[in-house]
Write a protein that binds this ligand. Structure first.
Ligand code: ADP
Length: 260
């Protein structure tokens, strides 16, 4: 709490009283801490791949490249780490754009079926590699008002997570239906699940339940933060239910018409 005081003097120097301004800085302190954590996280996330790229390229230059196998393996690591840097920078730019005031989505009448088909196309290869099935349960197409590109980003991110955090041979089910004037998209997996105490934090920037697992699958830890912003930009809501070892369901609801 910050306190400022000033005397109030009237005519002929008469003392009328004191004005006291109390300023609650709790929120400011909290925001400052979030900002500091964010900068520390970004620095750490950038440093890790750079250290690896530098180390492996130096080892190659020091003579390891004479060994064809080492040359191949190390170049593969360098390539993977550079890709991770690229994804991280893309997500950071995306998040900063979305969080800036003035960010707006372009609303138009669109087809949910088309959004789902295009999102599924982007994860089908990864699902096939893990011998996973993608199942769609949708009776008929749903027309609603949304930003098609942003909606694809939302559905694709949730589908990619469902595939990433599941074991081979399992199924990811996508359901789409109308409920209380909202288009609902539910994505359920039979994956590793998320512990109850972790659930409130998964939409935070850089929060990961298992850092190593997220990294290995190419995750930046920013996907759900971006998804939440995009859902809210559509005046929609996102909810999550999960059981460890059983699976996770994300439910996204978007008003059919924004003027409602
Ligand atoms: P990441 O790039 O790490 O996947 P996200 O922001 O997309 O970042 O997700 C944050 C964290 O939430 C993940 O690291 C993971 O621990 C957890 N998570 C997200 N989706 C799922 C899911 N379908 N099943 C289990 N855990 C998940």
């Amino acid at each position: 709490m910050e306190l400022y005081g000033a005397p109030v003097i009237g005519e002929h120097g008469r003392w009328l009283g004191v004005v006291v301004v109390m300023h609650d800085v709790t929120e400011l302190v909290r925001l400052e801490q979030i900002r500091k954590d964010f900068v520390a996280n970004v620095s750490h996330e950038l440093k890790t791949p750079i250290t690896s790229i530098k180390g492996f390229s130096e080892t190659l230059l020091d003579g390891a490249m004479e060994d064809r196998q080492a040359l191949h393996d190390f170049l593969q690591i360098i390539h993977k780490e550079s890709e991770r840097l690229q994804f991280l920078i893309q997500d950071l730019l995306e998040l900063s754009k979305i969080e800036q005031h003035g960010f707006s989505i372009e609303l138009h009448r669109t087809s949910l079926r088309e959004i789902i088909d295009r999102s599924m196309e982007m994860v089908v290869q990864k699902a096939e590699e893990k011998e996973m099935s993608l199942v769609l349960k949708m009776e008929e197409d749903i027309e609603f008002e949304a930003d098609t590109g942003r909606m694809i980003q939302i559905v694709m991110n949730l589908l990619a997570n469902a595939v990433n955090y599941s074991l081979s041979g399992t199924t990811v089910t996508l359901q789409a239906y109308i409920e209380n004037g909202h288009a609902v998209i539910k994505i359920s997996d039979e994956g590793i699940g998320i512990a109850q105490q972790e659930l409130p934090r998964i939409f935070e920037r850089f929060y990961r339940v298992d850092r190593a697992r997220s990294r290995n699958s190419g995750g930046t830890g920013l996907g759900l933060a971006i998804v939440k912003h995009l859902v809210e930009a559509h005046n929609g809501r996102i909810a999550v239910h999960s059981t460890v070892g059983k699976g996770t369901t994300f439910k996204v609801s978007i008003p059919l018409w924004q003027s409602m």
